[in-house]
Design a protein around this ligand. Structure first.
Ligand SMILES: C[S@@+](CC[C@H](N)C(=O)[O-])C[C@H]1O[C@@H](n2cnc3c(N)ncnc32)[C@H](O)[C@@H]1O
Length: 207
């Protein structure tokens, strides 16, 4: 899928669906929050949530006092929904409306978090570009938390075909710049009562 189609797809999703009814909705993103807590970051460390959508991760991280939170999504509508919900707290974060494949940053992120955005990239060149952008954006010894559908998970998300992964396949994609520290399979209960198996992986950027 080309970038303009990707953007149109996601704008349409957030304009037409209730973001608390979409399959990926979580009242509290427990697994992400637990892993982030385990990293014992400084409150001023730069954190980027890639494909943040209207996720409640920002609400919890801002409440925990993180002061350098940045949220990126291809859909402007998704970011507006999150900003509207957060009200004045939204000003404590920075917002980027961008396709991650167009994102350019300095190597200043201590943590890059992505739940269910990376797995939409299916062609080799796009996947390699994502890995390079992550490597260019995360500081030496910084962290990457990646949550994708596992090899037991669904074949589609939001009506789009996705790439499923097991831990070896993820390592294969990221090992040029990252070391796998931990991984975990997590059963996600969708709002409609289904179960989806995610694979969470914690990588550390090589020095
Ligand atoms: C399945 S949703 C997950 C949202 C959020 N991470 C969560 O866990 O609730 C995928 C999100 O990634 C965004 N997205 C998809 N492809 C993207 C891309 N290439 N660049 C930036 N964002 C993207 C979508 O707009 C959507 O908000």
């Amino acid at each position: 899928m080309k970038a303009p189609e990707r953007e149109a797809h996601w704008q349409n999703i957030y304009q037409t669906k209730d973001s608390q009814q979409v399959s990926w909705y979580q009242v509290k993103p427990e697994a992400s929050l637990e892993w982030i807590a385990s990293l014992k970051l400084e409150k001023e460390d730069a954190i980027l949530d890639v494909g943040a959508g209207d996720s409640r991760l920002a609400d919890f991280l801002l409440d925990e006092g993180y002061q350098n939170l940045r949220l990126l999504d291809i859909s402007e509508e998704a970011l507006k929904l999150a900003q509207h919900r957060l009200k004045e707290k939204a000003e404590l974060a920075q917002w980027f409306n961008s396709d991650i494949l167009d994102f350019k940053s300095q190597q200043d992120y201590k943590l890059w978090h992505d739940r269910a955005a990376f797995h939409f990239l299916r062609d080799d060149a796009a996947i390699q570009k994502y890995v390079q952008i992550a490597a260019d954006s995360i500081m030496d010894k910084g962290y990457l938390i990646l949550a994708t559908f596992s090899n037991n998970g669904p074949l589609k998300c939001s009506g789009l075909e996705i790439q499923r992964y097991d831990e070896l396949q993820l390592v294969d994609r990221f090992n040029q710049h990252f070391e796998l520290l931990d991984h975990q399979r997590v059963q996600h209960q969708t709002p409609s009562g289904g179960t989806q198996e995610f694979l969470y992986a914690l990588f550390q950027r090589n020095a």
